[in-house]
Design a binder for this molecule. Sequence first.
Ligand code: ADP
Length: 343
Amino acid sequence: MAKDKAKTKTEMKPQVEGKEWWVDSKGKRIDGRSVTDLRDITIKAGVLPNADGSCYLEWGQNKVLVSVHGPRECLPKHQANPYKATVRYNYRMATFSVTERKNPRPGRREVEISKVSGEALERAIFLEKFPNTAIDIFVEVLDANAGTRIACLTAAAVAVADAGIPMRDLVTGITVGRAEGNAIIDLNKHEEDAPDAVDMAVAFLPNSKEVVLLQMDGEMTSKEFENLMEMAADNASKVYELQKAALKESVLSKSPEQIPGMDEVTDTGAPRMEAMSEEEQEMLKPRDPMAFHGHEFEEETKIEPKPAKKGKKDPKKADETIDEDSGEDYSDMERDAYDGGKE
Ligand code: ADP
């Protein structure tokens, strides 16, 4: 299980002498983190045997479970795209995931998070390889304490990779923002509720640093925005390392038959012949470059060279140039100049 380095946790005391606080004079937050500390993150891939890919992620108090199914036949058919796979991302919060019972009916917030998160993942998946199919991603928030959309998207990227779906890159998310005038990363619920709070969810393709999701609550200056984006990019790489470690651990714990696509390649990664159709096998057979693959030439084709015209190229001297006015050969002149220069 990929886990962030254990950090000393202190008991959350959001109030001191009846007064709320967010960051103390030493730069410590109510949960003992510094302004650039992430909460503890634990990621485990391949946790649901009935899914094609899955992931369980804990991010501080947030606990999320993701299950991926597909690419599979897209039903209802009107949702199918003849050019690429359709990603259907379903973000849901369990009724027991927050202190007051959450209405089980999906609300506008869940519909919005599902839409933007699915679109972020679309940037990472090679959708065009799977026309007319659906990739279904079910995301359940079991326990919530701010930053759930980012926790879910980070877990969903791992689950998609765990399903063996070809991707350009993973998707790595992080939240950054402001509380009591301090720029901080990975806000908890208390920090999100600060009077001057800014809460910004960002997700990257971690290798290209392409931003695939950006949402913000609150107001800030463009300078603050630049600073927060820099903090997000710098710290997202820590999350990316944990995603990769979780995937590696999951792959190493599986036998080759359990890894999607492994039955089609040999130990060296070369295509396995038995897994291919006869036509594909034929295409991969080594060929004699001098053989014309059964094509017989009935008679030899003779190509007569055309006589050279003044001002035109002589086909026998294809690389030489004739001056249109003087009829002199440039290449001779150039060769002389070159030889002269050499001496
Ligand atoms: P995110 O979880 O991505 O930060 P929001 O900013 O909308 O998304 O929500 C912040 C936090 O508010 C959630 O993580 C959760 O702890 C809490 N929350 C969200 N929806 C509800 C709800 N319907 N009832 C109670 N708490 C909620």
